[in-house]
Each structure stands twice: as structure tokens, then as C-alpha cells.
Design a protein around this ligand. Sequence first.
Ligand code: URA
Length: 234
Amino acid sequence: MRINKFLAEKGIASRRHADEIVSAGRVQINGKIATLGENVEEGDVVLLDGQAITNSEKKEEYYIMNKPKGVVCTASDDRGRKTVMDLLPDNVGRVFPVGRLDYATEGLLILTNDGDLAFRLTHPSTEIPKTYMAKIEGTLTEKDLNPIRSGIELDGELTKKCKAHIVETNKSYTKVEITIKEGKNRQVRRMFEAIGKNVELLRRVSIGQLRLKGLDRGEFRPLTEQEILYLKGL
Ligand code: URA
């Protein structure tokens, strides 16, 4: 089994984050620094930061959080900013965020140590709809949203068709509900920037049918069995 899958199955990190950990030289297999894509065989001794990764059964944990703005979605931040991990109490095991919301964005975030679920939920091929409420500076018409609906060029490729509609508009701002099925870096903000509009506030309100209701900013709760089964079926 590949080292990134092994680390994900042990609940150490998502597969993508596992690659970063391996590239940083923090993992050893049988006393040698592991390389990206290396295989782990039955009986191999794997160390992370010098500590053995045991074969004990890990307990999977799943949480939903209302991420506030001004918090980063990484395990640690080199600029010393507050992370979503800082919002979790000590009795929560080693979980990591599934996908990222940028520093200024708030809303629904899933945290888990289930690397396989995290991998599937964030893989572009699964096309899971993610809905955001965007507060845009100034007035917008439904027609202004057409380029966003049909595709905006970002990173040299067109964004997939998406749904967007105006919820409220006045002279100073417009609220737009937008549902995208991919997750490029700062995608929603950049799509509006491309039509000359500035996103003042951005909140993720749902992932598939899972909605952010009843959680205040910074609050979190464990997902129910039903919600976990739903996400695994997406
Ligand atoms: N789009 C953004 O611009 N930011 C996010 O955090 C998520 C989607």
C-alpha cells in the first residue's frame, strides 16, 4: 500500500496532506526516510517524527463546524494565525479539515480522521455540490451572473457550469446563492473578481444535503450516524 494511503488509513492526515508530510522528510520506513509514492508492506516499521505508527484500530471521528472568518484551515500556520484545530477541545482526537475554506470565509467545514472519506469528498470527480452565500459589493442583476453560470476561466481552464441566483439586492450590496461542484483555490471569490465584483462576505451553507443549521460561528458537533452514512454514499 502506498505511504500516503497508509497514513490516511491510520488517520494521520488526508492523502494530500500525507504527501506533504512525506515530502517534508518526517516519515521513515524501516529506518529510511520515506519517499513520495513508496510502498509500505506488511511488517514494515513506519515512524512519523520518530514515533512509531501503531497498528491499533483507530476510532473514526467526524465533526461539522461553523468555521468563523479569521481562522486558517491547516493543522498549523507558519504565520502563527489561529487554526480550526485551535477551536477544538483536547478530547477531540487527531482530525483534519476536509477541503479548505479560505481565511476570510466562514461556514460549513467537516473535520475527520477518515482519510478515505476526506479523499472522496474532495476529489474533483465526485462533483459534490457545495453551496455558498456570497455578499457582493454593489448592485448585480441576474444577467450579470450568466458568465459565472456558464464558466469562468481560472488557472487556464473553464469552471464547470454552476447554479447562481440573487437572493437580495439593493444599492449597497447583493446576496447571491451559488452552488459549485469543484473546489479550486478561492474559487467563488475569483469567479466574482472575473466579472469585476468584490465578495465582501462568503459563507458555505451546505455540502450536498448536509446543512449548517443550529451552529453558531466557531461551534461544532459530532456528525450523526445518518449524516456519516449519507456522506459515505455521496
Ligand atoms: N470559494 C472561495 O472563494 N473561498 C472558499 O473558501 C471556498 C470557496
